[in-house]
Design a protein around this ligand. Structure first.
Ligand SMILES: Cc1cc2nc3c(=O)[nH]c(=O)nc-3n(C[C@H](O)[C@H](O)[C@H](O)COP(=O)(O)OP(=O)(O)OC[C@H]3O[C@@H](n4cnc5c(N)ncnc54)[C@H](O)[C@@H]3O)c2cc1C
Length: 239
């Protein structure tokens, strides 16, 4: 990686689904083994699977949701990664600032990112800033980032070890990590991190993860979200 480039600014994280080994049918098959030793090859109508998934979730019989795996590749600022990695049930591997030059990509809030807060801890309400505040945030973050990036390059060029030079980088530097979890722990993460009171930037990550989850396990996703079954929704729209 070169150390002479200009820093790039981004206002979004990205989440790639590296691999999913999980399905709604797996949840049902794991539950069925209590009555049928050959449940691993059992097929069923989607309606039966959905009924069972709803029963399991309602009764907090959650272990059948643990037989699967999602691996995501997440590109996000350091301050988001720090919150993400509080989730101890995930497995992680992250780019190393000791072994490689950190990516010259930095986060800057986009136009829709709320900038001001009101109220008390635990009950903050966020709002848009006025034009002056928007300009202040953009100018300050740009300036501080350029200064830090330039200092990082100077230290590297002077032969300072990467693990020391990185000390000048701000928390908006983008990092990349792999995160792996089973469906149950993924749902727990999504409940906390796609909630309205979660950090704006981690909600962005959680929403992208949820989109992958809903495509891979549409029934489980619907049940976890408390949405009606596909057939109920059809009936309602017809009625
Ligand atoms: C809106 C919000 C604000 C937050 N603010 C702060 C803050 O100001 N400061 C701060 O330090 N953190 C903060 N956190 C982090 C929070 O306290 C949790 O560490 C984080 O959300 C991970 O949740 P978890 O432990 O449930 O998840 P995981 O670590 O993924 O664990 C999943 C579940 O496994 C079980 N589990 C895992 N480890 C243990 C254990 N050691 N003992 C018992 N059960 C365990 C629990 O049932 C847990 O819910 C905040 C989180 C949110 C969502």
């Amino acid at each position: 990686m070169n150390i002479d480039g200009k820093p790039e600014f981004v206002s979004k994280s990205s989440v790639e689904l590296y691999r999913a080994s999980a399905s709604d049918l797996d949840v049902a098959r794991a539950a069925w083994v209590s009555q049928d030793a050959n449940s691993s090859v059992k097929e069923a109508e989607p309606g039966r699977v959905e009924g069972l998934v709803r029963f399991l979730w309602r009764n907090r019989h959650t272990s059948p949701f643990e037989h699967g795996q999602f691996t995501f590749i997440v590109r996000t600022p350091l301050f988001v990664a720090r919150e993400f990695m509080r989730h101890r049930t995930f497995s992680f591997n992250e780019i190393s600032g000791r072994y490689t030059v950190m990516p010259e990509v930095f986060y800057i809030p986009g136009a829709n990112r709320p900038l001001v807060q009101h109220g008390k801890i635990g009950a903050y309400r966020f709002g848009t800033g006025d034009d002056k505040q928007v300009a202040l945030v953009r100018d300050t973050i740009t300036q501080v980032t350029l200064t830090a990036h330039s200092a990082y390059q100077d230290l590297l060029k002077a032969g300072i070890a990467r693990e020391v030079a990185r000390d000048v980088l701000p928390v908006n530097v983008m990092t990349t990590f792999w995160a792996t979890a089973n469906p149950r722990n993924l749902m727990h993460f999504l409940s906390l991190r796609s909630a309205e009171d979660a950090l704006y930037e981690i909600r962005d990550v959680a929403e992208q993860m949820e989109a992958h989850f809903s495509r891979t396990m549409p029934i489980t996703h619907r049940v976890w979200r408390g949405s009606p079954s596909a057939s109920d929704a059809d009936n309602e729209s017809q009625g």
